[in-house]
Ligand binder design. Structure first.
Ligand code: MLT
Length: 403
């Protein structure tokens, strides 16, 4: 979490292009100014220098979502999303006031340099400025006590409720770019217990428990029925919600997922992963999983996606990761449930998915009466983060047909 205050700035005509939208170079400088203002209002603009380190931007990427004409007021917030030994990643958002529409977002990696220009460890005092546990857009996240566990959830917008359940060992931020265009819906985006910003108890993990958590969360949010969209392990949870809480489900979207339980080889592989995380931590897990989760092409052409997936895995609490591995290892087979699904269903597969073959996903769709099947080119096992635009479009069309 971050201790940096939010900063408001007014858009002047000089910031805008001839069409009346903020020009890209101005945006970059507004983000930069906002960061210095936030440091000035918080720990002091010289907080880095005081501790013998200068932050230098190594990489920065921006996404633009909505217009901000002259005269509008933008609120800038900064959140630490990754803290390395010598580097830190900050996410900054600009929201238009008063409606808090997300206008633009940047993710920047800073490396700390000492007086001799060489990288130096991020000073402990800087870690204190941002809080101990990095998070993504923590400002928009609230915590609900769900079946005894403080569970983080980001709720955006109004309209048809859609619950987005992330995969393993990820968190709610895997949906960030996919959900941004899905305006006009109530997007409910939790971190499953043990992952992201949710608390990570030592025990109490199973796919059924996650499904119960999601049903409880809907009740706490006063949502009678929602379209439930699950990515991979999130799909296992969605299918278990169908088993246990189908009265809450208005539609299903299963992305890069499957209905079968683990066979003996998969169960052994889960045990090996548990041992690895206990022994070597989540960094080793990231080394193992990133090449499998992302399509080979994503790994070479999308360094930011690689970095984000790696960061999610590395910052996942080990207790939650181990809990999820045990939950998946012991999950019930859901194949017999498929013909009973009588709500609109969309199955999405990544053409380059190395973990769940396309034919598998296609046959799962064929067993669900009336299910729609879509293949996303250029996506591996994580279509929502590798190909957010086409994946979001397909989901948007599916949701439009439900409304
Ligand atoms: C996931 O992406 O959630 C996992 O790959 C699912 C699994 O390991 O079965």
């Amino acid at each position: 979490m971050t201790a940096l205050p939010a900063v408001q700035m007014r858009v002047s005509p000089a910031d805008c292009d001839p069409l009346g939208h903020i020009a890209q170079d101005r945006f970059v400088s507004l983000f930069e100014r906002a960061l210095w203002d936030a440091l000035g209002q918080g720990p002091g603009m010289d907080v880095f220098a005081r501790h013998g380190a200068s932050p230098v931007v190594r990489r920065s990427a921006a996404e633009y979502y909505a217009a901000a004409p002259p005269g509008s007021t933008l609120e800038f917030s900064a959140t630490l999303t990754h803290l390395g030994r010598t580097s830190l990643t900050l996410q900054q958002t600009a929201r238009r006031l008063p409606d808090h529409q997300l206008v633009a977002e940047t993710e920047s990696v800073f490396v700390c340099l000492g007086a001799d220009g060489q990288p130096v460890p991020v000073p402990d005092q800087i870690r204190g400025v941002f809080g101990a546990r990095p998070s993504v857009r923590a400002g928009s996240v609230k915590h609900l006590l769900v079946n005894g566990v403080a569970t983080a959830v980001d709720v955006q917008g109004d309209g048809l409720a859609v619950l987005f359940i992330h995969g393993f060992p990820l968190d709610r931020t895997v949906w960030r770019y996919l959900i941004a265009p899905l305006t006009g819906r109530r997007r409910i985006v939790p971190d499953l217990r043990g992952l992201g910003l949710s608390d990570a108890p030592e025990t109490g993990y199973s796919i059924a428990q996650y499904a119960d958590d999601m049903a409880t969360m809907l009740r706490l949010l006063d949502v009678e029925r929602a379209v439930v969209c699950g990515l991979s392990m999130g799909g296992y949870v969605a299918l278990d919600m169908w088993r246990r809480h189908r009265e809450r489900i208005a539609g299903l979207i299963l992305i890069n997922s499957r209905s079968e339980a683990d066979g003996p080889a998969a169960r052994d592989a889960r045990d090996e992963m548990i041992t690895m995380v206990e022994r070597d931590g989540t960094q080793a897990l990231a080394d193992l999983l990133v090449p499998k989760l992302l399509a080979p092409e994503s790994q070479t052409t999308m360094p930011q996606v690689v970095e984000r997936v790696r960061t999610m895995i590395e910052s996942a609490p080990p207790a939650g990761v181990i809990g999820a591995l045990r939950a998946m290892k012991d999950r019930e087979d859901a194949t017999a449930l498929l013909p009973t699904i009588d709500v609109p269903t969309l199955v999405i597969a990544g053409r380059e998915d190395q973990l769940i073959p396309v034919d598998h996903a296609r046959s799962m769709a064929a067993e669900i009466p009336g299910a729609q099947f879509t293949l996303i080119p250029g996506a591996g096992h994580l279509a929502p983060i590798e190909q957010p635009v086409p994946t979001s479009r397909v989901i948007g069309e599916f949701l439009d047909a439900l409304a």
